[in-house]
Design a protein around this ligand. Structure first.
Ligand code: ATP
Ligand code: MG
Length: 232
């Protein structure tokens, strides 16, 4: 579904991602893990067109999208819940969702909102609440919900569990598995290796802007010393 070929990306003249090849298969959960500063977020942002691509290509559903801007990529079916969540703190939960559904007619957006609220009932209870007053877990649900409002075929989530209680992380992973069962493709950045090995189909280990391992999650632990890679 998504294919990165020799992707290089960075900021100004500084390259942060030095040529990665990655295939994200349709209907699966692929997780990127790696130490701080490895280029995980830069890779995610290059996929959605928010960080400059300096070489290589991004292909989505068989088409080269390397030169497209962020809005066109959203239109084609890629949405992101970014690192730090970046919800609109002064808007209500409902207003944040409406912003995420801007591409749709009001009727489509309302139907989509209902699906999101079914997936995350906590958001329904807090629909009129200011988003900035939500707990960290609820904010993450809102960031994912807002991304889902675009009706993506590929959902990106950067730092899914950072700072969240295990129970909330369980709830969010359960929601992702439900979305996967409904056909969504997911690419996430996640620091919790146990979670990744349990719930992801494929794992990519990124160190210093390069791919150190990429393969099935159930073989990752046997084929590579993950702990050593993550400390490198
Ligand atoms: N806006 C920016 N301007 C310049 N350099 C940046 C910018 N954002 C990130 N970088 C640099 O790019 C490199 C990769 O950073 P990136 O945020 O992609 O890593 P990461 O793997 O997501 O790390 P973390 O685990 O801390 O989130 C780092 O050297 C970082 O300093
Ligand atoms: Mg990051």
């Amino acid at each position: 579904m998504l294919e990165l070929q020799g992707l290089r990306a960075g900021y100004g003249s500084i390259e942060a991602v030095h040529g990665i090849d990655l295939r994200v298969p349709q209907g699966q959960i692929t997780a990127i893990i790696g130490p701080n500063g490895a280029g995980k977020s830069s890779t995610m942002l290059a996929i959605v067109g928010q960080v400059r691509t300096m070489g290589g290509s991004v292909r989505f559903q068989g088409e080269d999208i390397t030169g497209l801007g962020p809005a066109e990529r959203t239109r084609r079916g890629i949405a992101i819940a970014p690192e730090g969540r970046r919800i609109f703190a002064d808007l209500t939960v409902r207003e944040n969702l409406i912003v995420g559904g801007y591409l749709h007619t009001p009727a489509e957006a309302a139907a989509r909102e209902e699906e999101v609220l079914q997936l995350f009932p906590r958001l329904r209870e807090r629909a009129q609440q200011r988003a900035g007053s939500l707990s960290g877990g609820e904010q993450q649900m809102l960031a994912i919900g807002r991304a889902l409002m675009a009706r993506p075929q590929l959902l990106l989530v950067d730092e899914l569990s950072l700072g969240l209680m295990p129970k909330v992380v369980d709830d969010i992973f359960a929601a992702l598995l439900q979305l996967k069962a409904a056909g969504l493709t997911v690419l996430l950045v996640e620091q919790n290796i146990q979670r990744v090995l349990a719930d992801a189909d494929q794992v990519a280990v990124l160190t210093a802007g390069r791919l150190a391992y990429f393969g099935p999650a159930d073989q990752a632990a046997a084929q590579t010393d993950l702990a050593k890679l993550l400390l490198s």
